[in-house]
Design a protein around this ligand. Structure first.
Ligand code: G1P
Length: 293
């Protein structure tokens, strides 16, 4: 069985929910405390043993490309000033054993289309898909959990979690039956169903491990929910060919595609950040007690 060494990061979205912050910079570059969302996503992939990062970009891709490129100016400056810790931090963004590739999605035709744009770079290999605006905190990191499950079951794995039933219209929702520890054998998947027709309350989070046969289905699908080419519809079609499993990940998700989720992530990660956590906690406590007065 082939090892999963490639991850696809669709980063071509317009990020309209965060305008004006995302006017000239991709939403995946929004920082949580001091690290952009896309770096959290790449670190999650690296922790899973992935070494080839494939970014499907749109306009304003430069910030992402620059972020994972060597910065001679910054490194020279930090070296000259003897700032060894910062130098190490900047160099660790892309370790030398990791390679980054970029492919352009020239039209915003949907997530399914974005993944299809990576076909040539992925080739005939199983691969991960990571949506950076779903920030997942897990021990071990969630993609590692999923690849371990993939290595065990040899089936495509779709990351899911229980969602409030009134929210099904914001997610891909799966149908299936419990099969093993955290594993559901999928019988179907539907993109953004209304609550009254949703097959379950298990919503897809932005983590997938897919077998390359998905590309055949991505090439065949027609526009679905929202008039877009949906990855969900290709997975539904893949189910006719082979088994697909859903994986209930262990961890916490922050929906950083919404302002509220983004703010929650900021607070949670600040409360864990060694540099600011104690002062930030004291600030929050003081602030909250003032609010209660
Ligand atoms: C995408 C997928 C959806 C999934 C969601 C997770 O939707 O199409 O199936 O549940 O990501 O974040 P989007 O949020 O891009 O509309």
């Amino acid at each position: 069985m082939l090892k999963v060494t490639k991850a696809v990061f669709p980063v071509a979205g317009l990020g309209t929910r965060f305008l004006p912050a995302t006017k000239a910079s991709p939403k995946e570059m929004l920082p949580i405390v001091d690290k952009p969302l896309i770096q959290y996503a790449v670190e999650e992939a690296m922790a899973a043993g992935i070494t080839e990062m494939i970014f499907v970009t749109g306009r304003s891709k430069r910030a992402i490309e620059d972020h994972f490129d060597k910065s001679y100016e910054i490194e020279a400056e930090l070296e000259a000033r003897g700032k060894d810790k910062l130098l190490e931090l900047v160099r660790s963004i892309k370790p030398s054993h990791v390679d980054c590739f970029y492919v352009r999605q020239s039209e915003a035709l949907g997530l399914g289309h974005a993944v299809l744009c990576a076909e040539k770079l992925v080739g005939d290999n199983p691969f991960a898909v990571i949506l950076a605006d779903d920030l997942l905190h897990g021990t071990p990191p969630v993609m590692r959990q999923m690849i371990e499950a993939f290595d065990h079951y040899h089936s495509s794995m779709i990351g899911v979690e229980e969602i409030p039933s009134q929210d099904t219209g914001s997610y891909g929702v799966i149908d299936g039956s419990e099969w093993g520890d955290s594993i559901i054998r999928m019988a179907g998947i539907v993109e953004k169903p209304e609550p009254n027709v949703a097959p379950s309350n298990l919503g897809v989070v932005g983590r997938y491990v897919l077998k390359p046969r998905i590309f055949k289905h991505l090439r065949a699908i027609k526009a679905g929910a929202g008039g877009e080419l949906q990855l969900t519809d290709a997975i539904q079609s893949l189910l006719a060919d082979e088994q697909v499993l859903a994986y209930k990940y262990h961890g916490t998700r922050f929906d950083c595609g919404s302002k509220l989720g983004y703010l929650k992530a900021t607070v949670e990660f600040a409360l864990r950040h060694p540099e600011v956590r104690s002062e930030f906690r004291a600030y929050l406590e003081k602030h909250l007690s003032l609010l209660q007065m």
